[in-house]
Design a protein around this ligand. Structure first.
Ligand SMILES: [Zn+2]
Ligand SMILES: [Zn+2]
Ligand SMILES: [Zn+2]
Ligand SMILES: [Zn+2]
Length: 227
């Protein structure tokens, strides 16, 4: 699919939009985020360990997330988060591993605090047939109080990648699965050209959603975070 721009995304705390390469540094110094952490830390209750994770699709790297994950949460929680926001089509198997070839699997029942160290990179695979592979890098850690009631917090996410309609060059919002599976690729279309596109072997063109799995095994979204 022809792409327009370098990957950008937004900080969930302050809304600032920036390039992929700047976001980790931004999160470490985002005033809004630091205020929220400070407020959480001043509350009573047990402190814990929280990991800053950079997640990206292993194929293009143009789909990425920055998450904060509680050290007490299991890898199963991260797996289900990734399924919700990016991956789930029909309940395929998935696995975390210490290496790219998935030779050193890590049990889903392990807690983040038992596995994660700053600098560690894990690999995640969803669906061993038409696989989606994800890299999980531990970029930072903080000791303190939780900022939400959930085991995982979305701190930043890439913007929906911009594609250009192959017919006219305007912004594309639709993907033809027949072009994807049987053509030479490039089957992305604007509203107008999606309507007049002749292929129907795999149904009408599907709406482009913010997931690296779009179109794979018929995945069409919703690509929304679970909470
Ligand atoms: Zn921010
Ligand atoms: Zn599937
Ligand atoms: Zn068009
Ligand atoms: Zn087509």
């Amino acid at each position: 699919m022809p792409r327009k721009k370098q990957s950008r995304g937004s900080c969930s705390f302050c809304g600032q939009n920036m390039s992929k390469s700047g976001i980790a540094r931004h999160l470490a110094s985002c005033e809004k985020r630091l205020k929220i952490i400070e407020a959480a830390d001043s509350k009573p209750g047990p402190a814990g360990i929280f990991y800053h994770l950079r997640i990206e699709d292993a194929w293009s790297g143009s789909f990425w997330l920055h998450l904060e994950m509680s050290g007490k949460a299991t890898l199963a929680k991260l797996d289900s988060y990734l399924r919700s926001i990016w991956l789930e089509c029909c309940g395929h198997l998935s696995e975390f591993s210490m290496d790219r070839r998935m030779q050193r699997p890590i049990a889903m029942s392990k807690k983040a605090g038992q596995v994660f160290r700053v600098g560690l990179e894990l690999h995640h695979i969803y669906d061993f047939g038409s696989s989606s592979e994800t890299r999980v890098k531990v970029v930072d850690v903080r000791k303190g109080k939780p900022i939400t009631q959930y085991p995982i917090t979305l701190m930043a996410r890439n913007d929906l990648p911009e594609y250009q309609c192959v017919e006219c060059g305007n912004t594309a919002a639709w993907l033809c699965l027949e072009c994807l599976y049987e053509g030479e690729g490039g089957g992305v279309f604007c509203d107008k050209h999606a309507k007049t596109h002749p292929h129907d072997e795999y149904g009408e063109p599907v709406e482009i959603v913010n997931s690296p799995r779009l179109g794979i095994c018929g995945y069409t979204g919703p690509a929304k975070p679970p909470y």
